[in-house]
Write a protein that binds this ligand. Sequence first.
Ligand SMILES: Nc1nc2c(c(=O)[nH]1)N[C@H]1C(S)=C(S)[C@@H](COP(=O)(O)OP(=O)(O)OC[C@H]3O[C@@H](n4cnc5c(=O)[nH]c(N)nc54)[C@H](O)[C@@H]3O)O[C@H]1N2
Ligand SMILES: Nc1nc2c(c(=O)[nH]1)N[C@H]1C(S)=C(S)[C@@H](COP(=O)(O)OP(=O)(O)OC[C@H]3O[C@@H](n4cnc5c(=O)[nH]c(N)nc54)[C@H](O)[C@@H]3O)O[C@H]1N2
Ligand code: SF4
Ligand SMILES: [Mo]
Length: 661
Amino acid sequence: MQRLSACSLDCHGACSLVVHLPDEETSLHDDPAGGVRVSGNPDHPFTRGVVCVKGRGLAARRLSPDRITTPLVRGRDGALHPATWDEALALCAARLDALRDTPESILHLRGFGYRGALAEASNYLFNSLGAASKRGSLCDGAGDAACEADFGAPDHNDSDDLANAAAIVNWGKDLARSSLHLGLMVRDARKRGVPVLTISPGGDDNDAFTDARIRIRPGGDRFLAAAAIRRLLADDAVPQAISERTRGFAEFRAMLLAMNESELLAACDATPADLDTLCRWMRGQAGNGGPTASLLGWGLQRYLRGGESVRFINALVMLSGNMGVSGGGAYYGISSGRSLDLSWGKKSGKPARTFLLSHLAQELAAADPPVRFLWVDAFNPVNQSPDAPALARAVEAIDFTVVVEAFLTDTARRADVVLPCALVLEREEIFGSAYHNYIAYAAPACPMPGEVRHDFDIARGVAERLARPIPFPDREDVLRQALRSPWLEVSLEELKATGWTKARRAAVAWEGLRFAHADGLYHLPEALHMDWAAATTPHGASPDDYPLHLLTLLAPDYVNSQVGLPGRQPGDNTEPVTVQVAPECPALATLDMDRPVFIVSPHGHMPVQVQTRPGIHPRTVIMPRGGWLAHGRSPNALIAPLATDMGDSTAYYDQQVRLEN
Ligand SMILES: Nc1nc2c(c(=O)[nH]1)N[C@H]1C(S)=C(S)[C@@H](COP(=O)(O)OP(=O)(O)OC[C@H]3O[C@@H](n4cnc5c(=O)[nH]c(N)nc54)[C@H](O)[C@@H]3O)O[C@H]1N2
Ligand SMILES: Nc1nc2c(c(=O)[nH]1)N[C@H]1C(S)=C(S)[C@@H](COP(=O)(O)OP(=O)(O)OC[C@H]3O[C@@H](n4cnc5c(=O)[nH]c(N)nc54)[C@H](O)[C@@H]3O)O[C@H]1N2
Ligand code: SF4
Ligand SMILES: [Mo]
């Protein structure tokens, strides 16, 4: 038997899946996936039946022996013990009742582990209580804020429109690891002769999607984009029809023409030949003269000036005539919920206070009054936030912590109550993508193991047990309401039958160069900060003490801290983490590879294995993210809390380190 479901891991794919279920009689004790197979839905126009290793691993992951399948409550002995749902939920409700009149002492943190219409349940519960919540982002916030500053709202051309590009510039999107299906489109484009330029500090898996490369200094994109814009301006190559659709053109032009090209190139370690290449791509000379589409990865905005980098790339797209046209555009991202009505979770009223995610440990430690109750769901902040050990201590210091989880993560192991949630393939949901305009329906194809419950039912279970209960809507009504959106024309029944629908969004964003700002114009950036050296030396350390840039890039077999390979758990691997450097990396000269090697930052150190890989910027170390703190493998033990210039996001990639014996 087959059922349609969908993958709601934190990934732009939002893949529609076909779940192949075994005959009930079959004995499948030896199969870690219980005889269930997952394949891509061939009818889905974007994912085209292709599913990644993590998607195929979902069936085995849900049956992992490490899965939490009963509620756990911390006993007097300090250990977590199985409990009934009644006990666990009553305990949570009693703790909330005691704090009901001081909502600022209740903090709700919802992460990115799972999203959708029913997933809003915990937001609904804690917004109803007026509790404190998070502020800012660990992910894409700087770039989002940049797009909002430029366009008035984030948007990009429809995913199908990439097929009309005559050339493509990829600013650091990892097409093999993070964006499989976008990678397939780029591969098809290359087969049609569309040339692709990749700009990155190296260490990515984009070689199979690349005709030319520019190896850039980490965080240097704004300088390269500015140098290309400067050439356009110096050549008087920006038509009036474009400049008059911008705000601040005269000042912007004067600012850039006053800059020096070689200084800009030195600031990003690019050569004049690199700049020629970028200009050829952006000016229609690399392809057949048609438009150039620009892909913006999220890695390039995880810097102190990450927002500025996105703003200068957007400005290059605009001023080179590639904005608002089919085949062109700047693909940064969209809100995954924008075509659904998810308003039920956002009850009116402000949270009692907010905590900045990039500085969560510091803000928790300084909170006055202190946080007394913490509820975490779909989030592993103790592993995924900068300065992870400090956050671990801050969470331990809170009176009462509840974590809704499927595994004993670095966060869950510090909880007083762990509530076991359903996972992908087991729970019903409707959700969108941060890249394309398709909406997915996930059917509960497999049974929930043990006592596991849907997140929606867990939040409702607490709400019902409060002394003053909070009424919850009906699950089905929430799903139907989600589809009542001006962008959709589909009933819940129709969506269940197909597994997906497409929101009716414009094929081309900003057509006619009309933008979402009140004045309808594109807003150009007011400044270009040349402070790269200061920016990369956090905490006053000398650049010579920590000469290498740490990039914690995503791993192909993980989604953030979730391991995607069937049967494998993060702790299975007891070898030191492998980091990569260029063969010409200066640190290699001083290392004795026959002795243990450590990666050291002002915040911590960790044993590592060092591998060389050509193409990486010489002053850069690449480390995979996802490893757990409990296994001594979390890169966030090395990373300082730094916020980005815009969007209150996290500048993970502006961490300096050294390698030593
Ligand atoms: N396999 C896998 N897939 C995932 C995830 C995962 O953990 N594993 N996570 C998901 C999530 S939450 C997200 S946000 C997305 C992120 O997906 P991506 O947008 O691909 O982002 P990152 O991995 O953060 O950044 C990686 C890329 O940025 C490049 N890069 C780093 N610094 C710079 C720079 O200064 N300039 C330029 N031009 N490039 C730079 C790196 O070389 C690399 O190619 O992926 C999602 N998909
Ligand atoms: N060093 C470094 N750290 C980073 C980054 C980086 O580039 N470098 N990137 C950051 C980025 S882009 C992101 S998005 C964040 C992501 O950080 P997180 O949001 O913490 O990411 P995940 O590990 O995907 O998910 C968290 C948890 O959700 C749980 N989960 C899965 N499904 C469900 C469900 O249905 N219900 C519930 N309740 N839980 C569920 C998983 O078991 C997992 O433990 O990390 C950031 N951390
Ligand atoms: S993790 Fe894999 S299966 Fe899941 S949405 Fe992303 S590409 Fe699809
Ligand atoms: Mo992310």
